[in-house]
Design a protein around this ligand. Structure first.
Ligand SMILES: *Cc1c(COP(=O)(O)O)cnc(C)c1O
Length: 389
């Protein structure tokens, strides 16, 4: 009997080692990884420059405390600020913590301007994490059920619906911020267009709200830019990051700009582990390698190649509802629940994911080669065709 708490419906497989986009299970069978531990392994597995940077750091210093100055953390903050155009960075350990920081920041921002019970607009089908505040912000009843009472202070609107937000603006003077994923990940790879984000920026400015983008899944080069908002002309007031930031070493970040800057003062927020020398070294190395190896342009090229391949090979299939996504964050929506495809793909040596019941989600590492993309198409397309016939 397992002594692990029963929190996951795990597949009956364990991996022993990895290299690039490949994993080997404990029986020595090889798998192509088109999931990257859910958008985490930006650089694939056992990237030699990352492991060298990490082992060098391990031999120097792993953890001290935020009681002291941490030069690597300051370097990472400078780097993220330069890449994003934002002003301040708080480093934590995960996506939900990054969003907790954003939610706390929005509330304090609201209180600072005299709003007694600050509210945050959130979206249907959103996913922001599994702590109490972030599951309350999440737009999925399955994530919330059983954990009531939920944290108050959220107003939910449909995704991709500006009029719904304008309605809230007219009727709710307690709103202080909007929290939204530029591309919903768990919600089924649903994308917002540039127009939506630019209009939302305007609405936030007109109302004095913070525009807070959850880029925990879509950030760090995955969509072909460092951050998904950079496909638009806008700058958010708050942005959260995590998954791909440390290429597998746990780290998250909450960034602030403009009117959100300076909200937190010493004592308002903190984290024991957040931003320790090991985690920040992983993030710095990840950013260096993504930049040096031009992995964002690569993600765009491979993503376009995959989208064209799926369109060509599945486009005529009546079971195909939509192909969505950008760069290496892709979704194939089918007309029926398709969770079974995960096991079928596994049997053929391919790791994929299904989210929102009927969306095949692909999040390959940014180092995915064209040959690997071709192999993904060659394995997955016939599988989907058979499954839908
Ligand atoms: C995964 C995810 C989170 C939660 O991150 P954790 O590290 O699991 O806490 C939050 N927001 C988005 C968009 C995510 O994809």
């Amino acid at each position: 009997m397992s002594h692990l708490m029963n929190t996951y419906a795990r597949l009956p497989i364990a991996f022993e080692r990895g290299e690039g986009a490949w994993l080997w299970d404990t029986d020595g069978k090889r798998y192509l990884d088109a999931l990257s531990g859910i958008a985490v392994n930006t650089l694939g597995h056992a990237h030699p420059r990352l492991t060298t940077a990490l082992s060098t750091q391990l031999n120097k210093l792993m953890h001290v405390s935020n009681v002291y100055q941490i030069p690597e953390q300051e370097q990472l903050a400078n780097r993220l600020a330069a890449l994003s155009g934002m002003d301040e960075v708080f480093i934590c350990n995960s996506g939900c913590e990054a969003n907790e920081a954003a939610i706390k920041l929005a509330r304090m921002y609201g209180h600072n301007k005299g709003v007694e019970t600050p509210h945050i607009i959130v979206m249907e089908k959103a996913f922001h994490g599994r702590t109490l505040a972030t599951l309350s912000a999440t737009g999925n009843r399955k994530v919330q059920a059983g954990f009531e009472p939920l944290v108050k202070g959220f107003v939910r609107v449909p995704y991709d619906d500006l009029d719904a937000i304008r309605q809230v603006a007219q009727h709710n003077p307690e709103v202080v911020a909007v929290l939204v994923e530029p591309i919903q990940g768990e919600g089924g790879i649903r994308t917002l267009d540039i127009h939506y984000l630019e209009q939302l920026r305007q609405i936030c400015d007109q109302n004095g709200w913070l525009l807070m983008l959850d880029e925990v899944q879509c950030g760090i080069g995955r969509t072909g830019k460092w951050f998904a908002f950079q496909h638009t002309g806008i700058l958010p007031d708050v942005m959260t990051l995590a998954k791909g930031l440390g290429s597998g070493v746990p780290i998250g970040a909450c960034l602030a700009a403009g009117k959100a800057t300076g909200t937190f003062k010493p004592g308002n927020h903190g984290s024991t582990f957040g931003g320790n020398p090991l985690a920040t070294t992983a993030a710095l190395a990840t950013l260096d390698i993504v930049e040096h190896d031009q992995l964002m342009a690569h993600a765009t090229a491979i993503g376009d190649f995959l989208l064209a391949g799926f369109k060509q090979r599945l486009g005529g299939n009546p079971g195909l509802v939509a192909l969505r996504g950008q760069g290496l964050m892709l979704g194939i929506e089918l007309s029926k629940p398709c969770g079974e495809l995960v096991k079928l793909a596994l049997a053929r040596g391919l790791l994929i994911n299904v989210t929102a019941d009927s969306v095949v989600r692909l999040l390959p590492p940014l180092i995915f080669t064209e040959a690997e993309a071709q192999q993904l198409l060659d394995t997955l397309c016939p599988l989907i065709t058979e499954f839908m016939s």
